[in-house]
Design a protein around this ligand. Structure first.
Ligand code: ADP
Ligand code: MG
Length: 466
């Protein structure tokens, strides 16, 4: 039989807090992870997205720290929004015992954080930059921290963070308990983890790559038609809330603006926005006032909004691990949700890497059909259809009895294409092949459809070799 929270040996105050939060039974990572942590073991824990890793270490901190005895625990996260969310969850687990949880991150004023430290707080949660800053300034004495948690540990140990993280950890107690959590612990991170931990318990539960409640689709389009595909996906899925991921800050703004202009309630979130604006957006998302949140990877890690029923990768992520985290924003716990990745030919390699490195398997589907008119119309992407010389090949059937030169001059005189746009007309088994520069291809196709050739209706198809 699976254990109850009582069986795990948690403090009475924590048990009644769990009761108030409404968690009736521990999840797998909680059931397996809490006992060794209570024994004081260091731990490297891997469990899928949305399976309650926060409460796993949150219960430990709520159990282990004592009110009014100074800062005893430090939790580091990669983003400010995640720090906020993790602090809220820990605070709710401490609501009965009364430990204070303080968040420390950049982009907001120092004063409230310094005041908070002066008043005292048993648990500090934050991002590395500001925490290091406050330690250097002498405002935060981390040397009393007995427990250090790296949430999203693989991210905290990668190049962007590791220097600050090591520096901070070196300023905590030498005999501290170190706990590393993530849905992804790539092999390269394991040996780094050993530097932070002392003979850690290595725990891996669940299957990180498969969530029965979350189909994962791959939709291929030409590079000018990502937005069209996105709209079709949104219309098909009709999610309560969707997260759309882009690679750049600029793109999140553009896509959110585009969706907004087409009647969607969409907001961007990206690291170039003021922290105030970021928090306003997240607040509105949690209140249910935003339908589509378009973000960079700031949104990829840890964010838990149960209303999110759809994740769309407008572009696949550069880092394969991020794929797992992005799609993990939906179908959390027993919830359902779907994940789509929009990809062009240029993304083929990224998709291969995602499938190879993470074991994810994406089901390729056509751009979904919808019953109503497209809000974002499909663009004829002639460049995508052109040969390496930039020419689109049309196969024209129905005029084989006309000479190739007659057809050539007819098109130059009537179809809005110049001599320079057109290549020689060639004959092929059952038709003529006309090659035209991609920027004139739309005009040519329109003419062929409307007026045919030399007064005759023709059958037109694209014949550019693959
Ligand atoms: P992870 O960090 O593993 O991605 P989270 O800690 O964000 O997952 O938890 C995912 C969701 O599960 C949250 O909404 C949280 O409130 C909920 N949750 C966590 N533990 C339990 C539990 N024991 N019972 C019910 N819900 C839980
Ligand atoms: Mg988490």
């Amino acid at each position: 039989m699976s254990p109850t929270f009582e069986d795990l040996g948690l403090h009475k105050g924590v048990l009644s807090a769990l009761d108030q939060v409404g968690y009736t039974a521990p999840t797998e990572i909680q059931a397996d992870g809490i006992p060794p942590m209570l024994d004081g073991r260091d731990m490297v824990a891997q469990a899928p997205t949305g399976t309650g890793k926060t409460a796993a270490f949150g219960c430990l901190l709520a159990h282990e720290t004592t009110p009014e005895e100074g800062t005893q625990a430090l939790v580091l996260t990669p983003t400010r929004e995640l720090a906020r969310q993790v602090a809220d969850e820990i605070e709710s687990l401490c609501q009965v015992r009364g430990q204070r949880v303080l968040t420390i991150y950049g982009g907001v004023g120092y004063k409230p954080q310094i005041d908070g430290l002066e008043r005292g707080s048993e648990i500090v949660v934050g991002t590395p930059g500001r925490i290091r800053d406050l330690i250097e300034r002498g405002d935060f004495d981390a040397s009393t921290c007995e427990t250090v948690v790296l949430d999203e540990a693989d991210r905290m140990l990668d190049m962007g963070f590791i220097e600050d993280v090591s520096w901070i950890v070196d300023h905590t107690r030498r005999d501290r308990q170190s706990l590393l959590f993530s849905a992804t612990i790539p092999p390269g991170v394991e040996h780094l983890a050993d530097e932070f931990c002392h003979q850690p318990a290595n725990l891996a539960v669940g299957d990180t790559t498969k969530d029965e409640d979350r189909p994962e689709y791959l939709v291929r389009v030409g590079k000018r038609n990502r937005a069209w595909a996105l709209e079709r996906i949104l219309e098909t899925e009709q999610p309560d809330l969707a997260f759309v991921f882009c690679r750049t800050r600029h793109r999140t703004e553009k896509i959110a603006g585009l969706l907004d202009g087409h009647g969607y309630n969409a907001e961007p979130i990206q690291g170039g926005m003021s922290q105030n604006a970021r928090e306003r957006v997240m607040g509105r998302v949690r209140e249910g006032d935003v339908d589509i949140l378009v973000g960079t990877n700031v949104l990829a890690r840890g964010i838990d909004v149960r209303r999110c029923e759809l994740v769309v990768n407008y572009q696949p992520p550069r880092d394969p691990e991020d794929y797992i985290h992005r799609v993990g924003r939906t179908a959390r716990m027993q919830d359902v949700g779907a994940a789509y990745t929009i990809a062009t030919d240029e993304d083929t390699r990224a998709i291969v890497e995602i499938e190879g490195h993470t074991g994810a398997s994406l089901t390729e589907i056509d751009v979904p059909e919808t019953s109503q008119d497209d809000k974002i119309t499909k663009i004829d992407d002639w460049e995508e259809k052109a040969d390496p010389m930039g020419r689109v090949h049309f196969r024209i059937r129905g005029v084989t009895d006309s000479s190739r030169m007659d057809v050539f001059w007819y098109l130059v005189d009537n179809a809005g294409v110049s001599q320079a746009d057109l290549g020689q007309v060639a004959e092929e088994d059952d038709g003529l092949i006309v090659k035209v520069r991609h920027d004139a291809a739309g005009r040519l196709q329109d003419h062929l459809h409307k007026n045919g050739v030399l007064g005759r209706d023709v059958d037109v198809s694209i014949a550019t070799p693959e």
